[in-house]
Every structure is written in structure tokens, then in C-alpha cells.
Design a protein around this ligand. Structure first.
Ligand code: 5GP
Ligand code: MG
Ligand code: MG
Length: 192
């Protein structure tokens, strides 16, 4: 008999689940409908900020009944840990021509707002017909720049979360839910 059990389960490292798999699935259907209605009759350039948005965008675009093109940009806003850098760096640029396009930028989570503020500023300079943003998660209380997303999956408290594309040191992206790591697996407290 074949088995797909190696004894490793990333869920074992999770202390608390904040958003479970079914809740994500149901919310994605609603978001998909909202976005489809917003862009009905238009042709959309969907730009995913990877790696974090990779699972979210893969599931979300399959809920969209509109013509779309997909591209990705890669930004470094965290190093390889939980410590944010102040100025996100664009490592890999968009290849689609965004001039006169309806552009929808997708990220995993809106925290300080630095990443999306920076990315949307960059895209706006490319002359899109419209520019909107969509995030799976929104930490409402942690903004350092004035930025709000047009489409939000869930508002969450100010905790470092992993799963459904969000990582800790590139791990835990494969978790089907959003959760908080067990305290002993988080980094030492000298980072505040
Ligand atoms: P911002 O630039 O808005 O401060 O942060 C956005 C980026 O920081 C996200 O795209 C994500 O990569 C990272 N980030 C912010 N909060 C969290 C979190 O709680 N968990 C993880 N894994 N990444 C986060
Ligand atoms: Mg990110
Ligand atoms: Mg990350």
C-alpha cells in the first residue's frame, strides 16, 4: 500500500490558527465575485507580488470571470526572517506593458503599507488606465504610511502569521490555513 506520510506536518509548528482553510475558500469566492463585478467588460493585468502572494493569486484568479493577464514582481521587504526593512527593494520587475491597462496588484498582507505604496507608485508611472490593490490579509493597526487596499480578504490583529503563501524564513508557505507559529519557533526577542 502506498502512503504519503513522512511524519512531517507543518501544522505541528502552529500555535494558533487565525483563519482556517474553509474560511479562506469561502472568502475567496466572495472576493472573486466582487472583483469580477468591478471589472466586468474589462481586460485586467493582474500583478502578483511574489513569493508571498503566490498561493493566494493562484486560487483567486480561478474565481475571476474576466479576461486577464498575469505577471509577477519580486520585492524584498523582509530579509529572511521577521525583521522588516524600511525601503522595500524591487528585485524583479514586471514584464507586461501596463500602459492603458486596468491593473490589479495582489499581495499577501498589508502591514506598514511600505510595499504596496512603493509598488503602486512604480506602476502608476507606467500610465495604467486604472490601478487597484487586493490583499488577503490586512493588519489594520500597523500602518506607517497612509495606504489602504481596494479589496481585502481578512482583517487580522498585529501578529506575525504564516501559511497560505506567507513564510517564516521561506518556510510554512504550504500551510492551508493562516496561523501563528509556536513561540519557541519564533526568533529571539532582541528584535522587539
Ligand atoms: P508592508 O510593506 O506593508 O509592511 O509589509 C508587506 C509585506 O511584509 C508582505 O508582503 C509580507 O511579505 C511581509 N509581512 C508583513 N506582515 C507579515 C506577517 O505577519 N507574516 C509574514 N509571513 N509576512 C509578513
Ligand atoms: Mg511580501
Ligand atoms: Mg516573507
Amino acid at each position: 500500500m502506498q502512503t504519503n506520510d513522512s511524519g512531517y506536518n507543518p501544522l505541528d509548528d502552529i500555535d494558533r490558527v487565525l483563519v482556517d482553510e474553509d474560511t479562506i475558500k469561502n472568502r475567496l469566492k466572495e472576493l472573486g465575485q466582487e472583483i469580477t463585478e468591478t471589472y466586468a467588460g474589462r481586460d485586467v493585468a493582474v500583478i502578483a507580488i511574489i513569493n508571498g502572494a503566490i498561493i493566494f493569486v493562484a486560487d483567486l484568479i480561478r474565481e475571476l470571470n474576466i479576461p486577464l493577464q498575469l505577471d509577477c514582481v519580486r520585492i524584498s521587504s523582509y530579509s529572511d526572517d521577521m525583521k522588516p526593512v524600511q525601503t522595500p527593494e524591487v528585485i524583479d520587475k514586471v514584464r507586461l506593458d501596463l500602459k492603458d491597462m486596468d491593473v490589479l496588484v495582489i499581495d499577501d498582507i498589508l502591514d506598514s503599507g511600505n510595499t504596496l505604496a512603493r509598488v503602486t507608485e512604480m506602476f502608476r508611472a507606467m500610465g495604467p488606465a486604472s490601478l487597484k490593490t487586493c490583499v488577503l490579509l490586512d493588519k489594520k493597526t500597523t500602518r506607517t504610511v497612509d495606504f489602504e487596499a481596494d479589496f481585502v480578504g481578512f482583517k487580522i490583529p498585529d501578529e506575525f502569521v504564516v501559511g497560505y503563501g506567507l513564510d517564516f524564513a521561506e518556510r510554512y508557505r504550504q500551510l492551508p490555513c493562516i496561523g501563528v507559529l509556536r513561540p519557541e519557533l519564533q526568533n529571539p526577542p532582541e528584535w522587539g
